[in-house]
Design a protein around this ligand. Structure first.
Ligand SMILES: [Zn+2]
Length: 283
């Protein structure tokens, strides 16, 4: 029996009896349009969106150094240079593999960017120390597709701290890809973290290699997402469900070296959008 004043749960209301004000309706409509646009796209819109940098305005937001100096995001691109090095104590062969992976993706995209394998710069050593906490917490660690508690304390690396110090040391003179022997503070499960605005990619020694370098390298070249957002782009041959997509830009597909057509077009158009009459970025 219904009690007169009993509150009816909102989800059992008849939709016809829902009454929203004019502004609420407008908000719902705008939200619905934004939702559809962010969940789906079509090939020409996708390409145009990357060329006009509509998909990634945040790539050009200002970045701040530790001393408070401000830089325009992405300004390093004009240098056409990315250096690769390992933190002191890291494995040279792995750092070499990392540089090869990055060189690989740069060449595949025909970008006119030089990738230089260098010893760890002196000023970077200081930034690395500032960003690394030697006595980290007990961490969860990714193994093949699942996470386990390792129970051991390992170094923790904070990307934001590193970026802030690197900007004081090198400004926007080049971008860099760095191999470290530590786990990240945030998120602690990531194998690599990349920030296009400051031109910084950091990879975990235990996980790095050609494929991870290609994955993070693609982020470093401006593609700041994975191939599941938008959910689906019409016009590309890809699985309807993101889990059916075996591409380089999906998480947990380290063994898939192929860049998907959507990611390929996104990066190419991103750089086409950066070009001016005087400045060319393709070979
Ligand atoms: Zn990624």
């Amino acid at each position: 029996m219904m009690v007169e004043n009993e509150k009816i749960p909102w989800y059992s209301l008849n939709p016809r009896q829902l009454h929203f004000g004019k502004w609420t309706w407008r908000f719902i409509k705008v939200a619905a349009v934004i939702f559809v646009l962010s969940a789906f796209s079509v090939k020409p819109l996708w390409q145009f969106g990357w060329r006009a940098h509509l998909y990634c305005p945040e790539q050009f937001f200002p970045v701040k150094s530790a001393k408070g100096k401000s830089f325009r995001g992405g300004d390093w691109v004009t240098s056409k240079k990315i250096i690769v090095y390992g933190a002191p104590g890291t494995n040279d062969a792995l750092v070499y593999e990392t540089a090869e992976g990055l060189r690989n993706i740069v060449d595949e995209l025909h970008l006119d960017i030089s990738v230089q394998l260098v010893p760890c710069p002196k000023d970077a050593e200081y930034s690395l120390i500032a960003a690394t906490h030697p006595h980290g917490q007990v961490a969860s660690q990714p193994t093949a597709h699942k996470w386990i508690m390792t129970g051991k304390a390992i170094s923790r690396f904070d990307l934001d701290t590193f970026i802030a110090h690197r900007l004081d040391a090198r400004g926007m003179k080049f971008a860099e890809m760095v191999v470290v022997d530590a786990q990240f503070t945030n998120p602690d499960w990531a194998w690599g973290l990349t920030d296009f605005p400051s031109g910084t990619a950091v990879l975990q020694q235990g996980e790095t290699g050609r494929e991870l370098a290609r994955h993070e390298g693609t982020h470093l070249l401006g593609y700041d997402r994975h191939d599941d957002f938008p959910y689906y782009v019409f016009g590309y041959p890809e699985g309807w469900l993101p889990s059916q997509r075996a591409t380089l830009m999906m998480l947990l597909t380290k063994d898939t070296p192929q860049l998907s057509p959507r990611a390929h077009d996104a990066v190419i158009n991103f750089w086409r959008g950066l070009e001016t009459k005087k400045r060319r970025y393709f070979k």
